[in-house]
Design a protein around this ligand. Sequence first.
Ligand SMILES: C[S@@+](CC[C@H](N)C(=O)[O-])C[C@H]1O[C@@H](n2cnc3c(N)ncnc32)[C@H](O)[C@@H]1O
Length: 384
Amino acid sequence: MEFDEHREAMVAQLLERGEVSGRVAEAFRLVPRHLFLPEFDPAAAYRDEPIVTKRDEEGRPISSSSQPAIMGIMLDQLDVRPGARVLEIGAGTGYNAALLAHLTGPEGHVVSVDIDADVVAAARRHLDDAGYPEVVVAHADGAAGFPEAAPYDRVIATVGVWDLSPAWLAQLAPGGRLVVPLDLRGVQVSVAMEYADDHWSSRSVEPCGFMRMRGPSAGPEVMLMLDGEADLVLTLPEPREVGDVLAMLDGPAAEVAADVPPLPRLSLMGGGIGLWLAMHEPRWCALTGRLGWAPVTTQGYGMTVGLVGPDGLAVLAAGTELLARGYGPGGAALAAELAAHVQAWDAAGRPEACDLRIDAYPGPAPDGVAVITKRHTRLVLSYD
Ligand SMILES: C[S@@+](CC[C@H](N)C(=O)[O-])C[C@H]1O[C@@H](n2cnc3c(N)ncnc32)[C@H](O)[C@@H]1O
């Protein structure tokens, strides 16, 4: 009973912030998240936060129950109808599969796959304990889909994907929809896509941040652990030469005012300036960790974006106004370039992730504002 109240409070918060529709809110109301997180304090399960459930040998998170808000946003993007057949890639705790089971109803069918056998076994137990024996959980690399139960009306990945797998298209029924956290040169967006003629077209794009897919289909993104104690991680879209960033950060900084009116928090994260830099700058990077001065901080944990090269780093910093802060011999010049990018983004009307249009072509593609070539597809990006 006690947890029902916690759950109601979480659902009320999601509704109040406009993050979920009534149908998806009802699913959150009916599925007890704490039964999918038996090793955690049940009250923690009803905070709108991700909960890491498994880490690799280096301590990096490799499985979790995602943040309810982004789960709700993605379930609405997926637009699940009663009776639908749904494939989920990334079973994790099994919680999202249970939410999907509510959305598809008794006539529907939900299959969820995970690359780790122990994760699959735990998800199976949680789903049985919570009363969802009909949800199928299988041990498989989601890049191959799950042909045994195809075709699907909806395919959703709850793990960051680098490319659109040909298997997902092959296993989707005509008129089907795919929702995936897609990598755009190191920035992730949750994109709902449908396929017509010769390509996928986005129907909606939302900012998000998921752990990345593992296995043969993993992307080339690089996450350099600079300092374990400070959790300082430098993320690059692909391997390339950077200098000794930790030593640069210990040295003096050159500051350049970004010279733009104040920015809302979201604009500073992946969806706004980060995405702009990823689309326009080969030298772009993200820096996360215990950075009190970062423009976006949560409980002492900060995130910033900028440019990095062999002899310098420039990142955005919060002060009385937004600053570009340069480190290393080339830092001052990079800081000036970073400030110019922020001004160009501001002059372009401050586009966000939701303003982005993504077309993904398995074959030849036309030109666009930015074209990103992946293994199986070419992504053509433009702002609406
Ligand atoms: C954020 S968790 C998913 C959360 C889950 N939907 C839930 O409700 O708890 C991401 C999951 O993706 C899985 N994963 C990573 N790479 C994968 C792959 N190639 N195929 C299938 N699952 C994968 C991880 O093992 C992890 O459990």
